[in-house]
Write a protein that binds this ligand. Structure first.
Ligand code: NAG
Ligand code: NAG
Ligand code: NAG
Ligand code: NAG
Ligand code: NAG
Length: 501
């Protein structure tokens, strides 16, 4: 997570929580003497990251009365919603834009009749990669998923090194403010939009242009097999729940060709954070090194910010997966296929000035796992293979293998009893190739004629779960009337000239 791999996607955990643990992380704003180097690295890396990862996942929402559209990065790793003021330094300064990119969308408080200042100058957030924003805390109406959340406390950035605001949906214990406040997830419940503080995240695969976050519901067509839940772990220092940390129980390279049965790569349970705002996956160095070895990957993060692996792996290891198991020996397993880890994005960077190190292979791809010390993040290169249900009320995470490229929808409400341990589809569905790239036009708006009334599988009790009430199966896309759940389509913005070169 060095300077050169930053901005767009790495908006991660607010430093208020992790500062002590993350001292070695560098990359804050560069001093003048490093400006040009920083600039070059920053710009190509932004586009690199953007193409590599789909550029992070953005939600289109609107703030104020009348609503002003803003595009925000969805971030499970932080807890504040913030927007760029029209007058923010970045949005006014060409020289800043040449480093950080032009502002995606801004908000003009004086144009909103429902805008109120809460705490002037009190908004200040920094992310793990050193990027951040500062300004005022305000309140205004946020329009999301066809509904309005009234008087949401929002950061209004006057200074920012990120070219869009964020939609932080973590625990309210992790807001950047000195004075804690009910954040967006709390207000969803307080304003009776959903039952308990839950949402499901489906990023879909690398080629898909959209994913979804479903507040208050689960879509059983979007995952394979049984949803299993694990405990969210408390922060070791504050002893509070501040991030979506879960126990990584087992990590194996599962290669049918090697027939090794998958060598265990971790020797003890390792706490990892599920973080949609982080583009890559960051594992402890010894583990990352063993994975590099297994794939012949070369760590050049020190210089170009990348780990390289041969693109040949995409064919020679086509069936290989990296298998993550959580919680315990019976816990959920997410298999990440090689083509979500080995990313064919290097050629584009060569065109814009990337200088490759000497590599023992001819056709370099980049590698979606890197090493980090102190804090371990499962970002988008992991999350695209998973269906993740976050239950902030009961401090549980539900996990299953994602059914990528899914076209069907069967949305269920999550009731006050928490994550229903339902089953999804039986196996990865392979959509018929009839309509070309059908997945790209999908925005979750397909209704499905399938057996939605059956409840799709069994509810299995776990531990203390009082799942007497089976979750109600809801007709797809019927959330507006019932107002018990909300769906937000997430866009990945690839290329699209977002970043000045
Ligand atoms: C913050 O932005 C304002 C303009 O919006 C600018 O005048 C000021 O210098 C900036 N402060 C910092 C610390 O960058
Ligand atoms: C999903 O669709 C993409 C094309 O958009 C394809 O490359 C990929 O292999 C598909 N994934 C699966 C698991 O079928
Ligand atoms: C490897 O993955 C396959 C499914 O792709 C699974 O059936 C098998 O059990 C896995 N092997 C190990 C050792 O986990
Ligand atoms: C991958 O698996 C498929 C069938 O499961 C098999 O036909 C193919 O040969 C395998 N490819 C490799 C590279 O092992
Ligand atoms: C990123 O994607 C855009 C659009 O697909 C493409 O034009 C551009 O060359 C790519 N850049 C890199 C660095 O791969």
């Amino acid at each position: 997570m060095r300077a050169s791999l930053s901005l767009v996607g790495l908006a991660a955990v607010a430093t208020s929580v992790v500062a002590q643990k993350v001292v070695p992380l560098s990359f804050s704003r560069a001093g003048p003497e490093h400006q040009s180097l920083r600039k070059r690295a920053g710009t190509y890396s932004q586009e690199l990251n953007n193409n590599l990862t789909g550029g992070g996942y953005y939600a289109e929402v609107a703030l104020g009365t009348p609503p002003q559209p803003v595009t925000l990065i969805l971030d499970t790793g932080s807890s504040d919603v913030w927007v760029l003021d029209t007058n923010a330094d970045l949005c006014q300064s060409r020289s800043l834009q040449s480093i950080y990119g032009t502002c995606l969308a801004t908000y003009e408080p004086t144009d909103s009749s429902t805008y109120k200042v809460v705490d002037q100058g009190a908004f200040s957030i920094q992310y793990l990669d050193g990027s951040g924003a500062e300004g005022d805390y305000i309140k205004d109406t946020l329009h999301i998923a066809g509904t309005g959340i009234e008087a949401l406390q929002v950061g209004l950035a006057e200074n920012s090194s990120i070219n869009s605001g964020l939609l932080g949906i973590g625990f309210n214990t992790n807001v950047a403010a000195d004075k804690p406040y009910p954040n967006i997830v709390d207000l969803f419940v307080e304003q009776d939009l959903i039952n308990i503080r839950t949402y499901s995240l489906y990023l879909d695969d690398l080629n898909a242009e959209t994913g979804t976050v479903l507040f208050g519901g689960i879509d059983t067509k979007k995952f394979i097999g049984q949803l299993k839940s694990v405990d969210i772990l408390r922060d070791t220092q504050s002893k509070d729940y501040t991030s979506f940390t879960v126990a990584l129980e087992s990590l194996k390279i599962n290669s049918s060709s090697s027939n090794s049965g998958g060598t265990e790569l971790i020797t003890q349970e390792t706490p990892v954070i599920l973080d949609s705002g982080t583009t890559l996956t960051y594992l402890p160095s010894p583990i990352a090194r063993r994975i590099y070895q297994a794939f012949g990957a070369v760590d050049d993060t020190r210089d170009t910010g990348l780990v390289y692996a041969s693109c040949d792996l995409l064919s020679s290891q086509k069936n290989t997966t990296i298998d993550f198991q959580f919680g315990g020996p019976d816990g959920p397993i997410v298999r990440v296929p090689i083509d979500e880890i080995v990313l064919d994005n290097v050629k584009g960077y060569l065109n814009i000035g990337l200088q490759l190190p000497d590599l023992p292979f001819n056709d370099p791809c980049s590698f979606g796992i890197q090493a980090l010390s102190g804090i371990y993040l499962l970002g988008d290169t992991f999350l695209r293979s998973a269906y993740v249900v976050y239950d902030l009320t009961n401090k549980k995470i539900g996990l299953a293998q994602a059914n990528v490229n899914a076209t069907g929808t069967n949305v269920m409400e999550i009731t006050s009893s928490g994550i229903p341990l339902v089953s999804g589809v039986a196996a990865q569905e392979t959509p018929s190739k009839s309509s070309g790239s059908s997945s790209s036009s999908s925005s979750g708006s397909h209704t499905d004629d399938a057996n939605s009334s059956s409840g799709t599988g069994s509810d299995q009790a776990t531990g203390s779960a009082t799942d007497s009430a089976a979750p109600r199966a809801m007709p797809a896309l019927n959330w507006e009337a019932g107002a018990v759940m909300l769906v937000v389509t997430l866009f990945s913005i690839a290329g699209a000239g977002l970043f000045a070169l």
